[in-house]
Design a protein around this ligand. Structure first.
Ligand code: CP
Ligand code: NVA
Length: 308
């Protein structure tokens, strides 16, 4: 991999994205003999709670014979007990790689700048690359190729959508998103995703109408209406997003057999109904499982070249 860190899918070349997907698939199929992280230690620096990211990185590391240390928000108090610069420099003397979940994206960039070891973005307020890479792996497993496949995203223009825009653009997957007015994705990210999409000939469509995005979709994706840094606005958001729920009616506008995706955790009854979450069209747990293989692949590919 060209870069020391994995901060954003935007920085990856198309070849690197495919390398991650291929190795993930081989790891999943138990066909990646020789790939291990023996003697390597991963530090999980988390400012927010996590189920999938924390457990999948930890288990993924253990299965490749490496070690893991979890640094909870209370233990490290990044930027409070000591500045990010010092924390990054010190952790780099102990660890071989860091996966960090911070509130602000700026803080993650600072940590990466002062860490001499690779830093992996485990979610910030702006991006969630490991999730989106797992999502496109899940789509590829089902469709084999991305050409002519339409992914509809319905909900908030948030970190998950941002990384999906980059991921879809890189692999030539069409993406159509519908968000309420005022909850659009970041303009700069959208602009950059469009530049990539132009090269790979993937389509990016936007609207404020969930039905329009869902029309003819092969996959429909959603995420929570209130992310981990937005709790105070939960009531206002609930109102703004009420016509953006994934339910049986919305699915009737999509392609027959359309599959439903969610990065999880879900607020059942808000952005998605119980019926859809538990129904035959849901592939949400496959997405969660794939986090394991994608993160193993990222760890291996970043450490293999050992840019220190
Ligand atoms: N999807 C995801 O990143 O889940 P966690 O917040 O539980 O890690
Ligand atoms: N958008 C959500 C994703 C959680 C995995 C959040 O940031 O809370």
């Amino acid at each position: 991999m060209k870069h020391k860190d994995l901060i954003s899918i935007e920085e990856l070349t198309v070849k690197e994205v495919n390398q991650i997907l291929d190795l993930s698939a081989r790891l999943k199929a138990n066909k990646a003999g020789g790939v291990n992280l023996k003697g390597k230690t991963l530090g999980l620096v988390f400012q927010k709670p996590s189920n999938r990211t924390r457990v999948s990185f930890w288990v993924g590391m253990s299965k490749l014979k490496g070690h893991c240390i979890y640094l909870s928000p209370q233990e490290l108090q990044l930027g409070e007990r000591e500045c990010v610069k010092d924390a990054g420099r010190v952790l780099s003397r102990y660890l071989d790689v860091i996966a960090a979940r911070t509130f602000s994206h700026k803080m993650l960039l600072e940590l990466a700048k002062y860490s001499s070891v690779p830093v992996i973005n485990a979610l910030t307020d702006l991006l969630h690359p490991c999730q989106a890479l797992s999502d496109i792996l899940t789509i590829k497993e089902i469709k084999k190729s991305f050409k002519g496949i339409k992914l509809a995203y319905v909900g908030d223009g948030n970190n998950v959508l941002h990384s999906l825009l980059y991921a879809a653009a890189k692999v030539g997957l069409d993406i159509s998103y519908a968000v309420p007015k005022g909850y659009e994705p970041n303009e700069e990210i959208l602009r950059k995703a469009k530049v990539i999409a132009k090269k790979t000939r993937s389509k990016i469509e936007k609207s404020n109408d969930a039905k329009k995005a869902a029309e003819g979709a092969d996959f429909i994706y959603t995420d929570v209406w209130t992310s981990m840094h937005q709790e105070k606005a939960a009531a206002k958001r609930k109102e703004a997003f009420k016509s953006f729920q994934i339910n049986t009616k919305l699915l009737s506008f999509a392609k027959r057999g359309c599959l439903v995706m969610h990065c999880l955790p879900a607020k059942r009854g808000l952005e998605i109904t119980d019926e859809i979450m538990d129904g035959p069209q849901s592939i949400v747990y496959d997405q969660a499982e794939n986090r394991l293989y994608v993160e193993q692949a990222i760890l291996y590919l970043l450490l293999k070249d050992n840019k220190r």
